[in-house]
Write a protein that binds this ligand. Structure first.
Ligand code: TRP
Length: 376
């Protein structure tokens, strides 16, 4: 049983339900998940809607998380995540994750948590400060500060071997691996599994900038194209995209680096898109060469990008509408996915509590142990 367990290939990944998912999520992780799901190489796949983690910086607005729970579930289903192959599950309703988080807190130091670069960046963005003598910044909520520990619980509870995520999640996986090693050595066992991160294959897909050219597509910056945007909205967003400020007239030579139209084409266009939508160019290199040389207008490139995006988004939108018309089915998928997750994670928790000697009521043999101890 154990040896077989160790060989299993298990995926765990997830998202915070703080907003609808966008193109950055799609290139950075969703399309990969669908490919992994269809590869048939994995024994189990769990996709976690991390609502507890979302609450660590939205504790005062639970309705927002509740509303986005269904948005994210619809986004998953509409991009092709197949509930027959993946368990879509809801973090808050998987009690073992809370218990594991609490035990893992003993295995990390606040100093170590303070060094997490992703958490540091997020603290800066949210105005959370860790210093004692404080100024006018908000304090650092302990729940937010320790969410990497809860993420380690997510990953290890499923004994995930593979975590497909964007590169901003690298520090979380590293923290998880450290907790696994600490747990297994402290409690002398090999219960927990060290996960591997699986990053997007192409550099162009690792971090999609916003339509405004800012480093990251993010809802709070208002520079996103959402998977659920309608055609008109996508058109407007692409037409307003940041390109090359030095490319004033069509005849001017242009820059493709830092030009969002080309950055997005790098991430989304395939050779067949040229044959279908822009046959006068053989491929993206030919289009870039013309843009650099001068004589190619932004509008033409933007219209091509709109076609490329629509080609991808139209079927996603149609699937979304289909699922949105059957919310009871979505409810069942989440409920059943969560039930499967509860079973899996309870098994891990039982092993963990045994290793930590807190499984008092698992069986009555402890009475004999007490007897020996008391009457020795
Ligand atoms: N931290 C992830 C994000 O912000 C969400 C997440 C929570 C997650 N638990 C996870 C990702 C476990 C992978 C594995 O997107």
């Amino acid at each position: 049983m154990l040896a077989k367990d160790c060989k299993k290939k298990i995926i765990l990944t997830g998202d915070r339900p703080t907003g609808k998912l966008h193109l950055g999520h799609y290139v950075g992780s969703l399309q990969r998940r669908v490919a992994l799901q269809n590869s048939g190489e994995y024994d189990e796949i769990y996709i976690l809607i991390a609502d507890d983690q979302a609450l660590t910086d939205n504790w005062d607005n639970p309705q927002k998380i509740r509303d986005n729970m269904i948005e994210v579930a619809l986004d998953y289903l509409s991009v092709g995540i197949d509930p027959a192959k993946c368990h879509i599950c809801v973090q808050s309703n998987i009690p073992a994750l809370h218990a594991l988080t609490f035990y893992y807190m003993n295995l990390v130091t606040t100093q170590r948590l303070s060094r997490n670069p992703t958490v540091k960046a997020e603290m800066a963005m949210r105005g959370f400060s860790n210093s004692e003598s404080n100024d006018n910044q908000a304090g650092l909520p302990a729940g937010f500060f320790t969410y990497p520990v809860s993420q380690a619980a997510d990953i290890t509870a499923f004994k995930a071997t593979t975590v497909p995520v964007g590169e901003d999640q690298e520090p979380m996986i590293e923290q998880t691996r450290e907790i696994v090693r600490k747990f297994n050595s402290t409690y002398k066992n090999d219960i927990l599994v060290e996960p591997e991160i699986l990053l997007p294959e192409l550099q162009s897909q690792r971090r999609l900038p916003g339509t405004d050219g800012k480093a990251k597509m993010s809802k709070s910056l208002g520079n996103c194209i959402f998977l659920s945007d309608d055609e008109k909205t996508v058109k407007q967003k692409v037409m307003g995209m940041y390109t090359d400020p030095l490319h004033v007239n069509v005849s001017d030579p242009g820059h493709v680096e830092g030009n969002m139209v080309f950055t997005y084409l790098d991430a989304f266009c395939r050779p067949d898109h040229f044959a279908r939508f822009l046959p006068e160019y053989e491929n993206l290199d030919a289009l870039k060469d013309h843009y650099r040389a001068g004589g190619l207008g932004d509008v033409k490139c933007k219209k091509f990008l709109i076609k490329v995006l629509e080609d991808m988004l139209a079927p996603i939108r149609a699937e979304r509408a289909r699922w949105a018309a059957d919310l009871p089915a979505v409810y069942r998928i989440l409920k059943e996915g969560t039930e499967a997750a509860v079973q899996t994670t309870n098994r891990t928790l039982a092993e963990v509590t045994a290793a930590m000697k807190v499984n008092y009521f698992a069986d009555e043999s402890i009475i004999e142990e007490w007897d020996r101890w008391i009457h020795q």
